[in-house]
Design a protein around this ligand. Structure first.
Ligand code: FE
Ligand code: FE
Ligand code: ZN
Length: 286
């Protein structure tokens, strides 16, 4: 089982601290933002204790393929209205790819973007344009477009939208998909029939494009288009359905990453990973 969570990357230990945090949860996978998710300020990679972190990963038998990076969510490649937003998105994403290479990482999760009133198709075409600008000369990395809940004008609520974008990308070796259980549930997919979801994914996108899975429960009903994550077993998806997803043999080779909320300022991941490994829910919240 390849299971882990989002972990922080912060002073003083930066990436070494990220790996230590993952190990403290008994995880063998991890996802980091290379800086604050909501802004584009980035410290130089030389300051991030990357070598020490990678060394600890090797010592701890964490496969480098189980290291995932999430691009900051302010990147909006689909914005066709404000040239400066699109410009920032493409230049930042190019730099982010180089940063990820310094981490020896391969998979970069990216929200496909929001069309901000321009219309879905215009937004998707803009995202394609941006991805082609950034990816044409790239190799050894994969931008994993995330399935989204569909709030506001968010692109990626239907597999068809992601398939349309991938279709337009020239360098298909550098693009893939991140499936988020909370997001697809909120977008209206029936996660209780996960094999059915995977069949549909395979038919529309192709299962070979799936590169990472986010495991989250959801605070809202199916189709609510809200995107509010919940701790495993405390939401509308529930522990049993999530456990079935995690253990589905068709995605056994992919890293599963928890992005469930902190409770009273504490990360829930050690407990949640323990529950997953035991295959048993325990009521741990105060
Ligand atoms: Fe995300
Ligand atoms: Fe996610
Ligand atoms: Zn989310």
């Amino acid at each position: 089982m390849k299971i882990g969570s989002h972990v922080s990357l912060k002073a003083p230990d930066f990436f070494l601290g990220s790996v230590q945090e993952a190990l403290s949860y008994k995880a063998n996978a991890l996802m980091v933002y290379t800086g604050a998710p909501q802004n584009t300020f980035r410290r130089d990679v030389s300051a991030l204790k990357i070598e020490a972190g990678l060394e600890l990963m090797v010592q701890s038998n964490i496969d480098i393929n189980n290291l995932i990076v999430h691009a900051p969510y302010i990147i909006n490649l689909a914005n066709s209205i404000k040239p400066e937003t699109f410009e920032l998105a493409t230049t930042f994403l190019s730099k982010e790819i180089q940063r990820v290479k310094a981490f020896k990482g391969r998979i970069i999760v990216l929200h496909p973007g929001a069309h901000v009133k321009a219309g879905l198709e215009v937004g998707m075409d803009q995202a394609i344009k941006g991805l082609n600008m950034v990816l044409d000369d790239e190799r050894d990395i994969s931008i994993a477009l995330e399935t989204m809940a569909g709030k506001g004008s968010e692109i990626g609520k239907r597999f068809e939208e992601l398939a349309y974008i991938i279709e337009g990308v020239n360098n298909k070796a550098c693009v893939s998909v991140c499936l988020d259980t909370c997001h697809i549930h909120d977008a209206g997919y029936n996660v209780f029939d996960f094999d059915g979801v995977l069949d549909e994914f395979d038919r529309i996108i192709g299962l070979e494009y799936l590169s990472v899975v986010h495991i989250n429960d959801s605070k809202n009903e199916v189709g609510a288009r809200k995107d509010r994550h919940e701790n495993l077993g405390y939401g509308k998806i529930g522990f049993d359905a999530l456990l079935k997803i995690i253990n589905n043999p068709r995605i056994a080779h992919l890293a599963k990453i928890l992005e469930t909320p902190y409770v009273d300022g504490h990360p829930p991941y050690k407990t949640e990973i323990e529950m997953i490994k035991k295959g048993e829910f325990k009521d741990w919240r105060p």
